[in-house]
Design a protein around this ligand. Structure first.
Ligand code: AP5
Length: 224
């Protein structure tokens, strides 16, 4: 099974995706996380991606498709895969459709989250991440026990450099222009498109997601 998380910046793709792969024992391929890791490690991909990410623009399709193909080739054959933040353009979706048969997979489910822009801005302004565990917090909705410190590792939490208000506005515009056309793309495909209201508490979003996966895709999610 291949599933895709679709939705604007800050809507909760990473939050829900982490919970889902934990509960299902699937693997997650999150292109944003992979690009941030490449930047931290100073690889060629990281250096190429930096200026696009800092400006809130998409990294060129060819770099992303190459990255995803590498990850697909390294997958263990029996696990489900959840893509978070990929595909983000129609050419990326077409490249994925072309690549999946070689690993004997196809896109089964596309999960679309949405929420109003003011909600997205507030969530993003409150987001803090742990640089080592990768755990994501929110100073308004899901704070750490000690302000600014990761509960799990004790390290100082960071604010992503593309989470500044002007960059967020650009990321939302890029989403509307370049990524939203994928809703129609997948609506017309063989995959099951699930529309989930992301403007609810995290547990309510999760409950709706699990119910929709069971009802419309036959995927039963147990507790993580
Ligand atoms: P990426 O890392 O993919 O960022 P994004 O899509 O902009 O998504 P976010 O990570 O901002 O949000 P999310 O939906 O995961 O929300 P989260 O769960 O963290 O991409 C970053 C950049 O990399 C791109 O701009 C681009 O440059 C590049 N890139 C990546 N993939 C690419 C691709 N395929 N092609 C080209 N370029 C690519 O939640 C947000 C906050 O809200 C958190 O603090 C969380 O705790 C909180 N929260 C979550 N859910 C709720 C809730 N229900 N109620 C209250 N708070 C909540």
């Amino acid at each position: 099974m291949v599933a895709i998380l679709l939705g604007p910046p800050g809507v909760g793709k990473g939050t829900q995706g982490d919970r889902l792969v934990r509960a299902l024992g699937w693997q997650k391929i999150a292109t944003g996380d992979l690009l941030r890791a490449a930047r931290r490690e100073g690889t060629e991909l990281g250096r190429k991606a930096q200026e696009y990410m800092e400006a809130g623009n998409l990294v060129p399709d060819e770099l992303i498709v190459e990255l995803v193909k590498e990850k697909l080739a390294a997958l263990s054959p029996d696990t489900g895969v959840l893509f978070d933040g990929f595909p983000r353009t129609v050419p990326q979706a077409e490249a994925l459709d072309a690549a999946l048969p070689s690993v004997d997979r196809k896109v089964g489910v596309v999960i679309l989250f949405d929420a109003p822009a003011d909600v997205l801005h507030k969530r993003i302004s409150g987001r803090r991440s742990s640089p080592d565990s990768g755990r994501v917090y929110n100073i308004y909705f899901d704070p750490p026990k000690v302000e600014g410190i990761c509960d799990e590792t004790g390290s100082a939490l960071i604010h992503r450099d593309d989470d500044q208000p002007e960059t967020v506005a650009r990321r939302l515009e890029v989403y509307r222009k370049q990524t939203q056309p994928l809703v129609e793309y997948y609506d017309e495909s063989q995959a099951t498109l699930l529309r989930i209201d992301g403007d609810q508490e995290m547990s309510e979003v999760q409950g709706d997601l699990h119910a929709a996966l069971a009802r419309e895709a036959g995927i039963e999610v147990g507790e993580a």
